[in-house]
Design a protein around this ligand. Structure first.
Ligand code: NIG
Ligand code: FE
Length: 417
């Protein structure tokens, strides 16, 4: 669905450009007062000083929206989530509150593998309904594009099922959020392959990946590259095969221990390396110089009681930093954009402007879409988060509270319900 829309009396707040903003550029957010944004058939065709009146005849074919001075930002891009899954893991959360670690729960058969069990016995309708509900909640927080990963099937039919759920949501004519699918078959080793990780990687390469690619079910391939899960070598093998078949690459890198996943992302020309709680100084420098987007997930660090990724150091080193929620049933059962802003600014020493860039243009870059979304510029999609204030500093300041008033997707105004 796409509409013609003219937004006037807006305070437009946006990064600019058609590629990731690196280092110091992240703070360069443009603010336009008394601005008009024109969207024609879903795409932005004008941004600049108010100009409604002089073009009367023309605008009769447009919806009109008076922003009354409110901030209008690009729709937020949540570039790392796991929003399609069965079951929940509330009990595991309570074990963690009592002190058990995420990895120790995983080692004794809980964690990801327990969501795999629940996802395998679910079905298309149930998975889709739940996932759609998450998208609605995200939309209410200003999100207009979301990345989603498979990885709770770990067998061929269920991996494909998760991806088909995302494909169906992505093709929904009435969607409020665009969906970008990632194949994460290497999320954990399923019980049938216990102790045979290399065989599982072979299976993914031989049986699952070609089917994913042939059916156009994923744009990215991702791996949980972690001690005790997939080694650097196993991750490299799978990612090389994926790259050969035309998928772009992402990695869960250096989340729990410093394994060197960020360095592998640089070596393979991945689009992004994600988590990075323990990325080394050398790998941070390398990501900056090779343009790998550093995707940071503060809600996960918060929920796991881990120290936050070193955002300040990464930005000062010249990295393009993106922020995302990591919504998943285990390590981080939250898709809260407001809390992501608060944690990034309060605990990770990011400025509000940097956090805005990280959740818009750099999120778009982490999905290979900086040419199409992530800023309010002519030619990009008419996707916006309209705040209920004229002061964008409320984003982190109003801690954990939603200050999105309206979300607009390709010129269509969606009610916040
Ligand atoms: O990004 N670390 C691996 N994957 C997810 C957690 C998935 C889960 O616990 O279900 C993450 O943190
Ligand atoms: Fe994740």
């Amino acid at each position: 669905m796409a509409e013609n829309l003219i937004i006037f009396n807006a305070r437009v707040v946006t990064p600019t450009g058609f590629s990731a903003r690196k280092g110091r550029e992240m703070a360069e957010v443009q603010v336009l007062e008394n601005a008009t944004v024109e969207v024609t058939d879903g795409l932005i065709t004008y941004v600049g000083p108010n100009r409604g009146e002089s073009r009367d005849g023309y605008y009769q074919h447009y919806w009109h929206y008076n922003a009354r001075g409110r901030c209008v930002l690009p729709g937020f891009v949540d570039s790392h989530t796991h929003f399609v899954f069965g079951g929940e893991r509330a009990e595991e959360f309570s074990w963690r509150l009592k002190g058990e670690s995420y990895m120790s729960i995983m080692r004794r058969g809980g964690g990801i593998v327990s969501t795999v069990k629940a996802t395998r016995v679910s079905n298309f309708i149930r998975l889709r309904a739940r996932a759609e509900d998450f998208l609605k909640r995200m939309s209410a927080m200003g999100v207009t594009t979301v990345e989603g990963k498979s990885g709770y099937g770990l067998d061929k039919p269920t991996e494909l099922l998760q991806l088909k759920v995302m494909q169906s949501l992505a093709r929904d004519e009435h969607r409020r959020v665009d969906v970008v699918p990632t194949f994460l078959g290497a999320h954990a080793v399923p019980v049938e392959y216990a102790g045979r990780t290399d065989d599982y990687v072979d299976f993914l390469i031989r049986e699952v990946l070609p089917c994913v690619v042939k059916n156009g079910l994923a744009e990215f391939c991702d791996v949980f590259c972690e001690e005790g899960v997939f080694s650097l070598e196993q991750s490299r093998r799978l990612l090389l095969a994926a790259r050969e078949q035309g998928l772009a690459l992402k990695l869960h890198a250096d989340e729990i221990v410093p394994l060197g996943g960020a360095g592998l992302a640089v070596e393979l020309g991945a689009v992004s390396a994600d988590h990075l709680l323990h990325a080394s100084d050398a790998d941070i420098e390398a990501m900056a110089s090779r343009g790998v987007v550093a995707t940071l997930l503060p809600l996960t660090a918060f929920a796991l009681r881990e120290p936050y990724a070193r955002a300040r150091q990464m930005i000062d080193a010249g990295c393009a930093v993106a922020l995302a929620t990591d919504l998943n049933p285990g390590s981080c059962f939250s898709g809260s954009i407001p809390l992501t802003f608060a944690l990034a600014c309060i605990y990770m020493q990011m400025s509000v402007e940097e956090a805005i860039t990280a959740l818009t243009l750099n999120g778009a870059a982490a999905l290979n879409r900086a040419d199409r979304i992530g800023s309010i510029e002519v030619g990009k999609k008419g996707d916006f988060a309209v705040l209920d204030t004229d002061n964008y500093h409320f984003l982190p300041y109003y801690v954990g509270m939603n200050c999105v008033y309206t979300t607009i997707k390709e010129g269509v105004i969606w009610p916040i319900a």
